[in-house]
Design a binder for this molecule. Structure first.
Ligand code: NDP
Ligand code: PYC
Length: 337
C-alpha cells in the first residue's frame, strides 16, 4: 500500500536541513536549499520537493558539488550582476545575487543576473516569484543535462530547459508560469518510473528512436520537446542565453562533466528583471487595467491561470502540512542520521 507521511512545513524544513548538514552543507547552503525544496513540496510540485534531497546528497558524495561553497557576487556591468556559485548549488547563489539585481533593475529599468558554475535541481518559480514580490517582472531560464532530442531528431542534445515568468499584480498572487521546454520535466519521468506508471504518448522515444510510454525506456532514450519545433527552438534559445552568453556550459557539456555519475547538472542560469516604473507604460492606470483585463478574459471563460493549482496547494499545505510517500520519509530520516 502507498502510505503517506504528513509533515508540518517546519518539520519538513528541519528534516531537510538535518539531511543537508549531516552531509557537509554549510548552514547558508542548507537554509537556501531547504527553503526552495519545502516551497516545492508545499506547492505540490512533487518532482521538485523533498524528493530531490537524496539526489543532492549523491551529487556531493560523488565528489561533484561543494556543499560549503561560498558564492561570489560581482557587479559585472551596469546591467549585469554575476554570481559565481563555485560549484555549490544554485539557491544560495540566487539569494545572494537578488538584492543587487533588484537595485540595478530599479535604477535602469532592466537588469540581468547571471549565475555561473552552479549545480541546479530546482523549479524556477520561487525565483521569479521573489522578483515579482519586489514589484518587478521576472524571466528565468536554465539548461540541465542533455536528455531531450531536437524536433525531427532522435539523439539527446537539449536539457529539459525550463523558462519561468512572473508579472506582479496589484492584488494577490502574481501571474506566474514555469515550464520545461521538454514535454514534461525529467523529474516527472523519474516519478512515473518510481511509481510504475506509463508515460503519455509524445513525451519520449526509446534508444532506437521509437515512441515509448515506458519510463525506463525513456530514461535510456530521449525525451521530446513540447510543441514540436517550437519547444525545440525555445530549448535552443535557453542553451544559448543561459550557456555561451554567460560563459557557461550547455546541457551536452554538463552531461560530459557528469561523466556517468548521474547526479545534478552543473551549468549557469540567466535571470532577467524589468521595472514597470521605468518603462513607457509607467504611471498610466489603464496599462495595469489592460493587464488585469487579460487575466479576467482568461478566467471568465472557465480557463485557469498558470500557477492557480500551485497557489491552491500552498493554501492547503499552509493549513495542514505536506504529504510525502512513507518510503521517501524513511529514506530522508536515514540520511539525516
Ligand atoms: P507543468 O507542465 O506541470 O506546468 C507548467 C506550467 O503550466 C505551470 O506554471 C502550470 O501551473 C501551468 N499549467 C499546467 N496546466 C495548466 C492549465 N490547464 N491551464 C493553465 N496553466 C496550466 O510543468 P513542467 O513539467 O514543464 O515543469 C515542472 C517543473 O520542473 C517546473 O517548475 C520547472 O522549473 C522544473 N524544471 C526544472 C529544471 C531545472 O533544470 N532546474 C528542468 C526542467 C523542469 P500549475 O503549477 O499551477 O499547474
Ligand atoms: O525535472 O527536468 C527536470 C530537472 C532537471 C534539473 C532539475 N530538474
Amino acid at each position: 500500500m502507498n502510505t503517506q507521511a504528513v509533515l508540518s512545513l517546519d518539520d519538513a524544513r528541519n528534516l531537510s536541513v538535518r539531511v543537508l548538514t549531516r552531509h557537509g552543507f554549510s548552514a547558508a547552503q542548507a537554509d537556501s536549499i531547504a527553503q526552495v525544496i519545502v516551497a516545492g513540496q508545499r506547492d505540490e510540485c512533487h518532482s521538485h520537493g523533498l524528493y530531490r534531497l537524496p539526489g543532492i546528497v549523491e551529487t556531493v558524495k560523488k565528489g561533484k558539488a561543494d556543499p560549503a561553497a561560498v558564492p561570489d557576487v560581482s557587479d559585472h556591468a551596469p546591467g549585469v550582476v554575476r554570481v559565481d556559485a563555485r560549484r555549490g548549488f544554485s539557491p544560495l547563489a540566487f539569494d545572494l545575487g537578488l538584492p543587487l539585481l533588484v537595485e540595478k533593475t530599479r535604477r535602469q529599468g532592466i537588469a540581468a543576473l547571471a549565475i555561473n558554475h552552479c549545480f541546479h535541481f530546482t523549479a524556477l518559480w520561487p525565483e521569479v516569484e521573489a522578483i515579482a514580490s519586489e514589484g518587478l517582472a521576472g524571466l528565468a531560464m536554465t539548461p540541465s543535462h542533455s536528455w531531450v532530442a531536437p524536433a525531427g531528431g532522435r539523439l539527446p542534445v537539449f536539457g529539459t530547459n525550463p523558462i519561468a515568468f512572473a508579472w506582479p499584480r496589484p492584488q494577490g498572487h502574481p501571474f506566474v508560469f514555469d515550464f520545461a521546454t521538454s514535454a514534461i520535466a525529467r523529474g516527472d519521468i523519474e516519478l512515473h518510473h518510481r511509481d510504475g506508471k506509463p508515460l503519455q504518448p509524445g513525451w519520449a522515444i526509446d534508444a532506437e528512436g521509437n515512441p515509448t510510454t515506458d519510463p525506463a525506456a525513456a530514461l535510456d532514450g530521449a525525451m521530446l520537446t513540447f510543441g514540436g519545433h517550437k519547444g525545440s527552438a525555445l530549448a535552443a534559445m535557453v542553451e544559448l542565453l543561459a550557456g555561451p552568453l554567460i560563459g557557461d556550459l550547455t546541457s551536452t557539456a554538463s552531461q560530459a562533466f557528469d561523466d556517468g555519475a548521474k547526479v545534478a547538472p552543473l551549468h549557469g542560469e540567466l535571470i532577467l528583471a524589468f521595472d514597470p516604473a521605468l518603462f513607457p507604460g509607467a504611471g498610466a492606470p489603464e496599462n495595469t487595467e489592460r493587464a488585469e483585463a487579460l487575466f479576467t478574459a482568461i478566467v471568465d471563460q472557465g480557463a485557469r491561470l498558470p500557477s492557480q493549482r500551485r497557489f491552491a496547494a500552498r493554501t492547503r499545505s499552509d493549513a495542514s502540512g505536506v504529504h510525502i510517500p512513507q518510503t521517501l520519509h524513511d529514506t530522508l530520516v536515514a540520511l539525516a542520521k
